[in-house]
Design a protein around this ligand. Sequence first.
Ligand SMILES: CC(C)(COP(=O)(O)OP(=O)(O)OC[C@H]1O[C@@H](n2cnc3c(N)ncnc32)[C@H](O)[C@@H]1OP(=O)(O)O)[C@@H](O)C(=O)NCCC(=O)NCCS
Length: 194
Amino acid sequence: MRLPFKSADVRVVIEAPRLRLVPLAAADADEMFEVLDDLRLHRYTGGKPLSCAALANRYRRLELAASDDGVEIWGNWIVRLRDGQIAVGVVQATVRAHAADLAWVIGTRWQGRGYAGEAASALADWLRDAGVRRLAAHIHPEHVSSAGVARHAGLIQTSERDTAGEVIWESSPAHRAANQASTSAAFRSGGNTG
Ligand SMILES: CC(C)(COP(=O)(O)OP(=O)(O)OC[C@H]1O[C@@H](n2cnc3c(N)ncnc32)[C@H](O)[C@@H]1OP(=O)(O)O)[C@@H](O)C(=O)NCCC(=O)NCCS
């Protein structure tokens, strides 16, 4: 299978109205530790915050932007406010061939302002423009705000779950068509798609 782009291609800045997505670098670890050192961010995903040293190690690896076997391209961006360049979170795209899994984290004090939705939407648009045809996200069934972020990125909920029980959201052309049909039906019946 041919990848739509190479690791160097994900090392680009992506602009959004209020935000700038900047390729993550090891030098960001100290700043991001302040944003991510919060157990509340792990409520639906499990795990716990990394130490500052572990975060720096992880970022050094992520900066390479590809798996060892070259099969996956790893895009990781620090979400920064355009105003002041303050780091508020991180978004991620793991790309295999023409499909990408997306993930997002926004620091607790910055949540509820639409930043995750805006960042995810900009990332999804950029990936689509780059030729990625299927976008997906795996979301805990009770994680309401993450579901909202996925909707902003143009993903829709499928009936599939992964092995961890997370709901798979995706945006393949087939699912988009199905979503349009069910949304129309819901409007006709006065229902709420939720
Ligand atoms: C999920 C997360 C990224 C959302 O960040 P955020 O910046 O607060 O999200 P937004 O402000 O863009 O809101 C996204 C949607 O969720 C809704 N929302 C936000 N907080 C909510 C809450 N507490 N309850 C219900 N809906 C909520 C918003 O209204 C919005 O939907 P809308 O545009 O349809 O109104 C953030 O909570 C987070 O980082 N959580 C920890 C990491 C995580 O679990 N990541 C997801 C892994 S898949």
